[in-house]
Design a protein around this ligand. Sequence first.
Ligand code: GLU
Length: 477
Amino acid sequence: MTKVRFAPSPTGELHLGSARTALYNYLFAKKAGGKFIFRLEDTDQNRYVAGSAKRLLDDLRWLGIEWDEGPDKKGTYGPYIQSQRLDIYKKHVDNLVAAGHAYYCFCSKDRLEKLRQDQQTAKQPTMYDRQCLNLTADQVKQFFADKTPYVVRLHVPVGTTEFTDLVHGKITIQNNTIDDQVLLKSDGFPTYHLANVVDDYLMQITHVIRGEEWLPSTAKHVLLYKAFGWSAPIWCHLPNVLNIKKSKLSKRRDGDTVWLSTYRRQGYLPPALVNYLALLGWHPTDEQEIFTLNDLTREFDLSRVQKAGAVFDITKLNWFNEQYIRKMSVADLDKELQVFYPKHSQDTTGFTSSIQSRLTKLSDVVEATDFFFKKQLKFEASLLIPKKGSPAKTLLALERALNIFTNVSNWTTESLRSAAESLVSAGEFSRGELLWPIRVALTGLANSPDVFDVMTALGKESSLGRLNQAINLLKKS
Ligand code: GLU
């Protein structure tokens, strides 16, 4: 059975590239009718960030990516957390030592550091010089008796290592360029390489689908599979996610824009992110652009994953988000907006339908409805005057409007609309000449929700007050 895994380390937030890796694994498993595993690779104690694992899980669930095996909703990991499996790795590394594929290394940190510096000065590759490779059994015994700290290293054999990657094709590495990798650290924890390979084998992973940054590690993994006498999974390294300047999207260069949570906080919708991430390195057979998670589980195909880096373009993500916002029912959007911006649950909820076509992300509701909550609107008198309009006519329009609205007793959108219509039909002003200044007077904006909805929400007193203020502003200008 097809079995894949997403195996993040709890070192921060969910990176956009990792979210895409998780998504591709999920889609691949679903399409194949296989299983998708979440495994936490937390063996690097120095890089551990408290709370990170929970955020990773939460962001994936928010996207709608669920795993078949892994931590449950209560946060119980079972066997899918590496720090709970140290005995398993130790046992496997012992086997490798016994078979002569790995060896104990007692070199001190100082010696290794000096070695590295000397190699750097001599412009040689920095690699372990195998001083401990040929220790006798007695020497090893003595080091143990002296309680000398040690690591276990892979003994890289002579020759070449070959493997085939679904995206990158056949890859051949000269073994003499591969360092005798540490497998077990002096703190008793396995390194990423050991734990990752042992777990992928024990968890019967058939396809390793991960980011391209792991491609250089793959030869080491292939050597480990060989040393254990296991057959390796199928490899698939996904293209890097690049920023708009075509360098790898990284926290150092791109700050918080690399985290999924940044987009979540700004009110991007899960289906829009899923859709966009799916296309970040994969292309369907035709020009179709809109895909739900469900569509993707049918369409996704690793053979259409590109090799070249995939550029993350916020304007494209914005476009997707707009499409998904437009597709929502007003009631659903209103619910989302209220969750996102609790203030919206009061009087501005009536604006939802008229702002729907102007929202790029949910957070835009704040700017779109801000005018409502302001005590005093700030705008230039000139904004009140429509294109091709005159100050005198605009003033007249506002005065007529103030007058007619003052006499409206039943303050509803419909009566306000028909009051305004009667003014337009009287022929003195065009619809634009009348409605433009009213809109600006009420909102301070050139684009706003429907003016009559705005008046209903503001109420009579406040609406007339704003019209009055606009009249005064125009008179003073
Ligand atoms: N723990 C690695 C990471 O943080 C997993 C890499 C892999 O999938 O092998 O991305």
